[in-house]
Structure formats: structure tokens, C-alpha cells
Design a protein around this ligand. Structure first.
Ligand code: IMP
Ligand code: MG
Length: 178
């Protein structure tokens, strides 16, 4: 792929085939855990859009989908100071909620969203993160379903971006300087 802004793709960390297999496993586990229930899936924009699409299409339970958007005030590193830029339009009162996130890094984003959702009286809240960097965690959050754990290295693809680029890759890749 043509380099963008001085960055090119490095090594493939998870192939398209490996991701598809793992997403299928997650969907099966979630469908089993919520059997006889319905689920309100809330996707945190923008990074989870591809994971959301694949995961929800593999679920075998009734599902509603809604979106939340938020960004950190300061730079790329999440600061703990958030601004909402998309809000849910679905009521989650007394509903089982599954939050979908691209990656759990420091955990600040998920903590902020969980606290926000808890104010709306859901029956339960669980978290599903496609990737998890446990070594980077600074706040304690429950991540109930994890696609893959990775060490502390920046990755792109399958929805994850660098400055908006590389989200469309079907696999997860590292970045390298050109
Ligand atoms: P947290 O609040 O620190 O957990 O930040 C999570 C957010 O940081 C994710 O939703 C991503 O947008 C971003 N992020 C963290 N690590 C990476 C990465 O390796 N690649 C792309 N985005 C990342
Ligand atoms: Mg994100």
C-alpha cells in the first residue's frame, strides 16, 4: 500500500482469516451468554465500525444497534477529558447493553462511557473489545469479551486508524516510518 504521511505498513499482526475465526468465536460466546435475551449493542465510534458489522452479523439473538461518539480534548493520547460528538437515540433503561470498542488501551474511554451509560438504568452492561493492551491500563475496567490481547505497540486496520488512515485494512498491521 502507498505510504501515507510518512508511514507505511509494517508486519501483519492478525490476518483477515484469523480475525474472522476469532470474531465467529466471540459471536458464538455472546449468543450463548445472552440466549433467551435481547441485546442493545452500543458501538463507540469510529474505530469499532468494522468489528461491529462483522460481530453483529454473526449473532443469533435479537439485537439493536446504537452509536456513541466521543473524543479526547487533548491530542491522540486519551486524556480523560472527553467531549461527546454522537449520542445514542435508543433508550437502554432495563436493557442488556453490550459496549463495542476497537481497543482497550488506558481504559479511560471505556470507563467514561460505562459511567455515562450506568446513569441511564440498564439491566446490565458488558464490554467487548476487539483488541486489548492490558500493559497500558491506567484505570480498572471490566472487559468481558476480548478478541486478542496485544503488547504495547501501535497498530492499524480493521477499523483502527492513524490520523484517520488505514481503517479500511482487512487485517491488523503495525506501522513503520518510510
Ligand atoms: P483509551 O481511552 O486509552 O483506552 O483509548 C482507547 C482509544 O485509543 C481507542 O478507542 C483507539 O481509538 C485509540 N488507540 C489506542 N491504541 C491504539 C492503537 O494501537 N491503534 C489505533 N488506535 C489506538
Ligand atoms: Mg476508538
Amino acid at each position: 500500500m502507498t505510504p501515507v504521511d510518512g508511514w507505511k505498513l509494517g508486519e501483519t499482526v492478525f490476518s483477515e482469516e484469523r480475525i474472522a475465526a476469532r470474531v465467529g468465536e466471540l459471536a458464538a460466546a455472546i449468543s450463548t451468554d445472552y440466549a433467551d435475551h435481547e441485546l442493545t449493542v452500543i458501538s463507540i465510534l469510529k474505530g469499532s465500525y468494522i468489528f461491529l458489522a462483522d460481530l453483529t452479523r454473526a449473532l443469533t439473538i435479537p439485537v439493536r444497534v446504537d452509536f456513541l461518539g466521543l473524543s479526547s480534548y487533548i491530542g491522540a493520547e486519551s486524556s480523560g477529558q472527553f467531549e461527546w460528538n454522537a449520542r445514542m437515540t435508543t433508550s437502554i433503561r432495563d436493557r442488556h447493553v453490550l459496549l463495542i470498542e476497537d481497543i482497550a488501551d488506558t481504559g479511560r474511554t471505556l470507563l467514561h462511557v460505562i459511567d455515562h451509560l450506568a446513569e441511564h438504568g440498564p439491566a446490565s452492561i458488558r464490554v467487548c473489545a476487539f483488541l486489548d493492551k492490558p500493559g497500558r491500563r491506567v484505570v480498572d475496567i471490566p472487559v468481558d469479551y476480548v478478541g486478542f490481547q496485544i503488547p504495547d505497540r501501535f497498530v492499524v486496520g480493521y477499523g483502527l486508524d492513524y490520523e484517520g488512515w488505514f481503517r479500511q485494512l482487512p487485517h491488523i498491521s503495525t506501522l513503520e516510518r518510510v
